[in-house]
Design a binder for this molecule. Structure first.
Ligand code: GLU
Length: 284
């Protein structure tokens, strides 16, 4: 872990669902520079490719090409999350055996209707929180629905998790010590109906698997880190140091998205920019 003098291991973890843009360049550079700030560090590449239908084959190669063109070379072979599903299932089993997750049969529509019927839906930093409908099902109702094969997600029981884990903090190189709010995102989905184990679980399990000492990511993911720290405690995984960096914004002050292709690295390269010129666009 991030002890003074120990080599630093970081990762850049894009989803191959589009071409890289300037926001990714910043994320990759922050991770690369931190890894290289001490002797013996490693900068790893991970493809977060479990998001089923949005993943496209050509984007894996696109990511590699863009990073190499920019001189942001990674160490070793990239890790593909699609090769790791057994590890995520094992982690989910572990949480299931501790009764820390529950199946959720709600459709998006049902959740929306429930919010509409509430005087004030509980709010989180990313929108209204799951109203807890399936948390109220009895064990026999749960078993009946599971036996009937009704499609379901698996949600973290954040209150129960908080009780088991006790008070937690994480350390961020920019923001300092942060106290974990286990209910910040409510009973988050850990396994989706369509793809099974999803982002929060996969990223937590893989950061431990790849022995990442410093997790660097955009500050938009700060709320997610509360969930990941909780999962680390529940699964007995090591605690990395964090660095939540600023985001690259477009002219309207909005976060860049893959759909605004105009700022993709490939487009800038085709327009004749050099790697240095592209990189200088993220230097403030
Ligand atoms: N895959 C995420 C992204 O592209 C980053 C994952 C993480 O750093 O937690 O934004």
């Amino acid at each position: 872990m991030g002890k003074p003098g120990m080599p630093i291991r970081t990762r850049f973890a894009p989803s191959p669902t589009g071409r890289l843009h300037l926001g990714h360049v910043l994320a990759a550079r922050v991770a690369r520079d931190l890894a290289r700030s001490r002797p013996g560090g490693s900068f790893l590449l991970r493809f977060e490719d479990i998001d089923g239908p949005r993943v496209r084959k050509e984007y894996y190669q696109g990511v590699r090409e863009d990073l190499q063109w920019l001189g942001l070379d990674w160490d070793g072979e990239p890790l593909l999350q699609t090769s790791r599903t057994a590890a995520y299932e094992a982690a989910l089993d572990e949480l299931r055996s501790q009764d820390l997750v529950y199946p959720c049969f709600c459709t998006r529509r049902e959740i929306q209707d429930e919010w509409a019927a509430m005087a004030a839906a509980p709010q989180g930093p990313e929108g209204p929180l799951y109203p807890g409908t399936c948390h109220r099902l009895s064990k026999s109702e749960q078993s009946e629905k599971l036996a009937a094969g009704i499609p379901h997600a698996w949600r973290l029981d954040c209150r129960q998790a908080a009780t088991i884990a006790g008070p937690l903090t994480f350390h961020d190189l920019r923001f300092g010590e942060i106290r974990v709010a286990p209910d910040l995102l409510g009973d988050v989905v850990l396994a989706r109906k369509d793809i099974g184990p999803a982002y929060h679980l996969a990223v937590t399990v893989d950061d431990a698997f790849q022995q990442i000492t410093h997790v660097t990511r955009g500050e938009d993911l700060l709320p997610s880190t509360h969930v990941h720290r909780l999962l680390q405690a529940l699964l007995g995984l090591p605690e990395p140091v964090y660095l939540h960096h600023e985001l690259v914004l477009d002219e309207q002050g909005k976060r860049l998205a893959k759909r605004c292709d105009s700022l993709s690295i490939a487009t800038l390269r085709d327009a004749g920019l050099t790697p240095d010129e592209v990189i200088s666009r993220i230097d403030h």
